[in-house]
Structures are given as structure tokens and as C-alpha cells.
Design a protein around this ligand. Structure first.
Ligand code: HEM
Ligand code: HEM
Length: 183
């Protein structure tokens, strides 16, 4: 379950792929709706935008605590480029929290409230600053999209060009699970 210097453990992997699926569904349903109005995928996903977004926020809170508890066990990232990858991962964590938070503050402050699985978690309020969070929500969405595209390209580069097993440690295949370090 836990991470090891060779690969990410099952909890980290499950959290990574669950968030990836939810976030790609969120972004794709909105952006596809911009260019292809009334497509079936967007019609299916968009009514769940808030529920999926709040789920992302909840799972990200758990993921952050889990990641902090695994920091000393995780695969090492040495060298300048690898440290840049870590900075990218940290920026993605921040965006994955700010993204739903800004969405929730916007809908709450604009009087719609926050409805999750059909239940009002927060009734709406009238806050003049809420529209600002709407603008931020859009900016974060684009930033996150660029980061994800870069991230997937780098994962493919490691896999097909460098062939260094980086993808396998997130897929859980191959590799030795043993943590050879003491402690
Ligand atoms: C991972 C979480 C989320 C992602 C990836 C996401 C993504 C997006 C994107 C791409 C847009 C379109 C932005 C634009 O017009 O340029 C959008 C709009 C919107 N989002 Fe989210 N969202 C998330 C969470 C939430 C949450 C939790 C809420 C509410 C509680 C929310 C409420 C809204 C609303 C109301 C809009 C329409 C805003 C407008 O048209 O001005 N979102 N979201
Ligand atoms: C097909 C899509 C994806 C692939 C192939 C992929 C691949 C990977 C790989 C191989 C790693 C480990 C990198 C390393 O150890 O240096 C990783 C880590 C990570 N990925 Fe992805 N990823 C994908 C989608 C996403 C998406 C959509 C997000 C964000 C929503 C994301 C966020 C992260 C983060 C934050 C990490 C850091 C490790 C962690 O704490 O979980 N990934 N990914």
C-alpha cells in the first residue's frame, strides 16, 4: 500500500488515477461543450460539475495528507530537471485544490449555493467578491489544462524515449517493491 523508492504504492496510484479521471472529465466536458454544443458527453457530465468538483476537493485533501506521510519513502527525484518535475507536481496539487475552491466560492457568493449529490451543502449568499472567484476559476482551468498536457507529454517522453520506467512506477507494473533503506 505504501510508496517505496522503486514505485508508488497502491494508495498513491489509486488517488492519482481517480483524480486524473475526474479532472479530465471536468475539463473535457466544459471545453468540448464550447466547441460542440449539446454533445452527449457534456450533457451527461455537466449537471454533475459541482458534485465532481467538490469530490475532487475532498479527495485532494486526503491525497495531500497521504503524500506528506509518504514523502520520505517516495521515488527520489535528483538533479535539476527532476526537481523541476517536483515543482510541477506541487503546482498541480495547489491548482487541484484552488480549482474547486474558487468554483465553490463563486457559486456560493453568487447566490446559487453549493449542491452536492442533490443536497445543499451551503445555501447561497450575496457576496460582491464572488464574480472575482469566477474569473479565477477560468484562469485556473486553463493553467491546469496546460500543466496536465505538459505532464502527460513528459510521462510519454520518459516512457517511449528515455525508457526509464517512470510510467511503470505510477502504473504499478514491473519494479521491485522492497524498500532497501533502513528505517
Ligand atoms: C476540479 C474541479 C473543477 C474543474 C476542473 C472545473 C473546471 C471548469 C471549467 C474549465 C470551467 C469553464 C471556465 C471558463 O469559462 O473559462 C468551469 C466553469 C464553472 N465552474 Fe468549474 N471546475 C471545477 C470545480 C467546480 C466547483 C466545485 C464548482 C462549484 C461548486 C464549479 C462551478 C463552476 C461554474 C458555476 C462555472 C461557470 C462559470 C461561468 O460560466 O462563468 N466548478 N469549471
Ligand atoms: C494519461 C494521463 C497521465 C499519465 C500517463 C500520468 C503519469 C504520471 C506519472 C508517470 C507520474 C510519476 C512521475 C514521477 O514520479 O516523477 C505521475 C505523477 C503525478 N501526476 Fe500524473 N499522469 C497522468 C494524468 C495526470 C493528471 C490528469 C493529473 C492532474 C489532475 C496528474 C497529476 C499528477 C501528480 C500531482 C503527480 C505527482 C505524484 C503524486 O503525488 O501523485 N496526472 N503521473
Amino acid at each position: 500500500m505504501k510508496d517505496s523508492p522503486r514505485r508508488y504504492g497502491s494508495v498513491t496510484r489509486a488517488l492519482h488515477w481517480l483524480i486524473a479521471l475526474l479532472v479530465i472529465a471536468q475539463l473535457a466536458s466544459v471545453f468540448l461543450g464550447f466547441i460542440w454544443k449539446n454533445n452527449v458527453f457534456s450533457q451527461l457530465i455537466l449537471p454533475w460539475h459541482t458534485t465532481i468538483g467538490v469530490s475532487v476537493l475532498t479527495v485532494m485533501a486526503i491525497r495531500t495528507l497521504w503524500a506528506l506521510s509518504q514523502l520520505s519513502r517516495r521515488p527520489a527525484h535528483e538533479g535539476k530537471l527532476q526537481r523541476l518535475a517536483i515543482a510541477g507536481h506541487v503546482a498541480m496539487y495547489a491548482l487541484l485544490i484552488l480549482m474547486p475552491l474558487s468554483g465553490a466560492l463563486m457559486t456560493w457568493g453568487m447566490g446559487y449555493g453549493v449542491h452536492v449529490f442533490g443536497t445543499a451543502w451551503f445555501e447561497g449568499a450575496d457576496a460582491p467578491w464572488a464574480a472575482g472567484f469566477g474569473k479565477l476559476h477560468g484562469t485556473f482551468a486553463w493553467l491546469l489544462t496546460f500543466m496536465i498536457v505538459g505532464h502527460v507529454c513528459m510521462a510519454m517522453f520518459h516512457h517511449f524515449r528515455l525508457r526509464d520506467g517512470t510510467l511503470h512506477r505510477m502504473l504499478g507494473r514491473r519494479g521491485d517493491d522492497r524498500d532497501t533503506r533502513s528505517g
